[in-house]
Write a protein that binds this ligand. Structure first.
Ligand SMILES: [Zn+2]
Length: 127
C-alpha cells in the first residue's frame, strides 16, 4: 500500500487529493484529505511530489510594504509569528518578474532580454 504523500505522515494513503486547478494530485490519508478539502494551507515540492502542510510550510505572510522612489523598490515582509520583518531592494525588472511569479508561480520562464536572466534559474534551484 502506498503511504500518504504529506511529508512526514506515517499513515497509508486512503484517498486521492486533486487540487482546485487539477495541477496537483496526491494519494493522502483520510485525515489529510479532510484537511486539504477544508482549505488548510499546503504546498507541493517539486521532484518527489510531497505535500507540505503545518510546520513544514514557510510562515504565512502577515503584512508587506512596498516603497521607494529611487531606481528600484524596497519590499518589506512581515511573517506570522515572527517579530523580525525583513526587507529586500529590488530593481524595477526584478519587481516586475516577482509580480509575474506571484500571479502565475508555475508560469513559463522569462524570455531572453526580459527582467533579470538569473531569476528563473534561482527560482528553479529553490525547489
Ligand atoms: Zn497523511
Amino acid at each position: 500500500m502506498t503511504g500518504c504523500q504529506v511529508l512526514r505522515c506515517p499513515n497509508p494513503s486512503a484517498d486521492r487529493f486533486v487540487s482546485a486547478d487539477s495541477r496537483v494530485t496526491a494519494l493522502v490519508c483520510g485525515e489529510h484529505k479532510r484537511a486539504l478539502d477544508a482549505g488548510e494551507r499546503w504546498d507541493c515540492t517539486g521532484r518527489e511530489g510531497s505535500i507540505l502542510m503545518g510546520p513544514d510550510l514557510a510562515p504565512a505572510l502577515a503584512d508587506y510594504l512596498v516603497g521607494g522612489r529611487g531606481n528600484g523598490v524596497t519590499l518589506t515582509i512581515e511573517r506570522m509569528d515572527d517579530d523580525h520583518p525583513f526587507s529586500v531592494w529590488l530593481s524595477h525588472a526584478e519587481a516586475a518578474r516577482l509580480g509575474e511569479l506571484l500571479i502565475a508561480p508555475s508560469g513559463s520562464p522569462p524570455s531572453q532580454g526580459q527582467a533579470d536572466p538569473e531569476s528563473g534559474r534561482r527560482r528553479r534551484d529553490a525547489r
